[in-house]
Design a protein around this ligand. Structure first.
Ligand SMILES: Nc1ncnc2c1ncn2[C@@H]1O[C@H](COP(=O)(O)OP(=O)(O)OP(=O)(O)O)[C@@H](O)[C@H]1O
Length: 323
């Protein structure tokens, strides 16, 4: 396959404006590790999209490619119909990444001013500080900030100008619950102004509450893509809880069909199953008599685990199947 890291030749490809983000069969490997594997993905204006995935799923690599910090090995990647570098130079993209130092020796206000000056459509400094909720710490040295305050400064830098797309890699890491709520309140305002937001998170409740679209990445590919409700339904798994009077034989329970998770606490057993009816039937088949039996749907977190566990049990590719 020809290696085409980026292209500008997508205009006229589809009716209406170009997608904000387009990955077409994009791959990226580090040595033998295929971090992003033939990824296809499009984001459209005004969407708030959460990128979920277990550790090593390829979330950061995907965001790095999108921001032009890394080059795809193959495939086509565009932002606003152009290359990531061009879109960023035009001030269309604001990013808040996990890594990268923040210049410890300068004051918050000075750093924010620099970001605003460098942005082609920068906002006034006071406005940026107020939006990020850091007016009071404007005169503090960056090196003296707490982890949560530092995150807010990173957020201020990502929103220092009129960006159309905001990319956030685990933005609320290090923030307490109330700081997280304030942060997402601010992000909602950004979305109401018509911005597209893409964020990677480990907090599934954030994806559930904030995002109107959730993309589950696994092994560098899209495993599920839809609203949080659709993802939960797609996981198809149910939670089954029951009590057993007799001593519990963990290995026998492990052998139950369609099981995706098992937790035993005292006499209470909690399982997840891709087919609750069949699993419960098999329980009786083992000669067990569960009582206080409850069957319920999954939250996003359990759905996510069920999806990725089921995928781990299935070979990802024909080559893996043949091994
Ligand atoms: N610079 C690198 N060199 C070698 N391997 C790398 C490099 N960066 C990432 N990887 C590997 O690529 C895979 C995807 O990593 P990536 O950081 O994109 O995943 P992630 O979903 O962001 O993970 P996490 O949730 O742990 O941050 C992992 O197996 C990781 O070890």
């Amino acid at each position: 396959m020809t290696t085409t890291a980026t292209t500008t030749a997508v205009a006229g490809h589809r009716a209406g404006p170009a997608p904000v983000v387009s990955f077409q069969k994009v791959s990226k490997s580090y040595g033998a590790v295929r971090a992003v594997d033939d990824l296809n993905l499009e984001l459209h204006p005004g969407e708030t999209v959460a990128l979920l995935g277990p550790n090593g799923a390829g979330k950061s690599s995907t965001l790095d490619l999108l921001l032009g910090l890394r080059t795809p090995d193959s495939g086509t990647l565009t932002l606003f119909g152009t290359t990531p570098q061009q879109a960023i130079a035009q001030g269309k993209v604001g990013a808040m990444l996990q890594s990268g130092g923040l210049m410890d020796g300068v004051k918050v206000r000075e750093l924010v001013r620099l970001a605003s000056d460098l942005h082609p459509r920068g906002y006034p400094v006071d406005q940026i500080l107020a939006t990020a909720g850091i007016t009071e710490i404007g005169d503090r040295l960056i090196g003296k900030l707490s982890g949560g305050q530092e995150q807010r400064v990173r957020f201020a830098l990502a929103t220092a100008g009129a960006n159309d797309l905001i990319v956030l890699d685990e933005p609320t890491t290090g923030m307490d619950v109330s700081a997280r709520q304030t942060f997402w309140g601010t992000m909602r305002e950004q979305v109401q102004q018509g911005r597209t937001v893409l964020f990677a998170t480990h907090y599934l409740e954030e994806a559930d509450e904030i995002a109107d679209r959730v993309i589950v990445l696994h092994r560098g590919r899209v495993l599920a893509d839809g609203t949080a409700a659709e993802i939960k339904a797609r996981a198809g798994a149910r939670r089954v809880t029951f009590d057993l009077d007799e001593p519990i034989d963990r290995s026998a329970l492990h052998g139950l069909p369609f099981l995706t998770a098992l937790e035993i606490s005292g006499h209470t057993v909690r399982i997840q199953s891709q087919n609750a009816d069949a699993t419960v039937h098999a329980l009786y088949g083992l000669g067990l008599y569960p009582h206080n039996l409850e069957v319920s749907g999954l939250g996003l977190e359990q759905a996510f685990i069920a999806l990725t566990t089921a995928s781990d049990a299935t070979p990802a590719t024909a080559e893996e199947a043949a091994r």
